[in-house]
Design a protein. Structure first.
Length: 479
């Protein structure tokens, strides 16, 4: 390992703990100078670091015979190195029209899709791409044109999840010098000279003009700025990650639940990053979430009441009292209304919702005289309000018992409460989310609620020393 550039990449690999023995690296190889340089360096390092290489080539089918010749070149190159090669032919033009995106973006989407596919098939550890420091400066400049924030000014990362960029701190001049030293052959993509593509225009026209008119090397200036800002960005992201850990109530592959009051207290620089962290947890990357979306979510969080912010990729941010639910779960269908009269004693079953035929609510009812209840259970004791077994004074019930979900005009007198109130107000006071209220079974005596199952019983039907007949109700969920 006598070459300075090989040693530089080896040092980077050690620092970032990548390309270790027995790991597997997928390398994107177009046949151009950058990817040929990367492949040669990784091939050299694999002999001492003992990792496995699989190359991937995408024939974009954009340049006819020239594209086919690129493919043959990469096949010959990998054959020389005895490296496994996966080749894919993709009609990028048709894909860009179908997706409504540029040729450049279509190519990028297809490339990374195929890289990920090979990564999964081979159980590889990393995807190595040949971005270098000149690419980094172009990316930062393009981000500025789009009106980026701090993270966009920091450009690409040399290690982002399973994607690695070993040449990101290597200049184009260093790559060309390496190719010359090692007498490497490579292909030249004629489309790189076509300034219809924005990145080509930057490289071939705009940057040279800025350099000439200002006497400043725009690439060097952008990279110096990136280095200065990167430490600030890293600190803010680390701080936001710690705050996220304190604020998150629950998370799984479909939903992240955050504490709303704590989100409101955060500085916007941190709360916006917390939203992005939640997004990344659900989607696997930060892509697709723009600053306008983050601002919308923060407005909803800071606003009054319970609201919904619709985001890209079908994700929604839902505020419910002191929680912020960021989820990719589909909106729930309206719960089917039900109302079933209960003949006592009896056992009946209710569907949990219209889509759950295999999971039901079992409702058991029995009547006991005071003496019979004492003989069977030993004592008459008021169960816990949150329990699913409850006792009621049956003689107080005049209109017959129903098990149902809520109806307009329902009234309720909570146990040990200050009097009657609308059921809707009870739900609001208990901070029960709107989308779950229709799902809560109610034991009802006409419009009067006897029991909000799982939450509270009515004071009007409580058992007392004068109770003669006890209504016993046991509710269980069955799968």
């Amino acid at each position: 390992m006598n070459d300075g550039l090989v040693e530089k990449v080896n040092f980077w690999a050690e620092k970032n703990c990548v390309m270790k023995p027995d790991t597997h690296v997928i390398v994107g190889v177009s046949g151009g100078a950058d990817s040929v340089c990367l492949l040669h360096i990784l091939f050299t390092l694999s002999k001492t670091r003992l990792f496995i290489i699989t190359a991937v080539h995408i024939n974009h089918m954009l340049r006819g015979k020239e594209s086919d010749e690129d493919e043959l070149f990469v096949k010959d190159l990998c054959s020389q190195y005895d490296i496994t090669l996966k080749v894919f032919r993709e009609d990028i033009t048709t894909f860009s029209l179908e997706q409504g995106c540029s040729i450049e973006e279509a190519g990028r989407i297809i490339r990374y899709r195929r890289f990920q596919e090979v990564l999964s098939e081979t159980s590889a550890n990393y995807i190595a791409v040949a971005h270098h420091s000149d690419d980094q400066s172009e990316t930062i400049f393009l981000n500025i044109l789009r009106g980026t924030g701090l993270d966009g000014l920091c450009g690409m990362s040399s290690k982002s999840g399973q994607i690695i960029r070993p040449l990101l701190n290597v200049s184009k001049d260093e790559i060309q010098a390496y190719i010359k030293r090692n007498a490497l052959l490579y292909r030249t993509d004629s489309s790189n000279l076509d300034n219809i593509y924005l990145r080509n225009s930057l490289r071939n026209v705009i940057f040279p003009e800025i350099n000439e008119q200002t006497g400043t090397n725009i690439t060097s200036s952008l990279l110096r700025m990136q280095k200065l800002l990167k430490s600030d960005s890293d600190f803010l992201n680390e701080y936001a990650t710690e705050k996220y850990k304190n604020i998150v109530i629950f998370e799984d592959e479909k939903t992240v639940l955050l504490q709303r009051s704590q989100m409101i207290q955060l500085h916007e620089a941190i709360s916006s990053r917390v939203i992005r962290i939640a997004w990344e947890k659900l989607t696997g990357s930060y892509k697709g979430l723009e600053s306008v979306h983050v601002s919308f979510v923060l407005e909803v969080i800071a606003g009054q009441g319970n609201k919904i912010a619709q985001l890209p990729k079908g994700i929604r941010a839902i505020t419910q009292y002191d929680t912020v639910k960021i989820t990719k779960e589909l909106p729930e269908k309206n719960t089917q209304a039900f109302s079933i009269g209960i003949t006592i004693p009896s056992t009946i079953y209710l569907p949990v919702n219209e889509d759950s035929d295999d999971r039901k609510i079992k409702v058991e009812t029995q009547l006991y005289s005071r003496d019979d209840f004492l003989k069977r259970f030993g004592e008459i004791k008021k169960p816990k309000e949150s329990g699913f077994v409850q006792l009621f004074d049956y003689d107080s019930i005049k209109k017959g018992i129903y098990i149902r979900n809520r109806l307009p005009g329902d009234v309720f007198s909570p146990y040990k409460g200050s009097g009657g109130k609308k059921l809707k107000d009870f739900f609001i006071d208990r901070k029960i989310p709107k989308n779950t209220r229709d799902k809560i079974p109610l034991l009802a005596n006409g419009k009067d609620i006897v029991w909000v199952v799982g939450h509270r019983t009515s004071d009007k039907y409580k058992i007392s020393n004068s109770t003669k007949t006890i209504l016993y109700v046991n509710i269980t969920w069955q799968i």
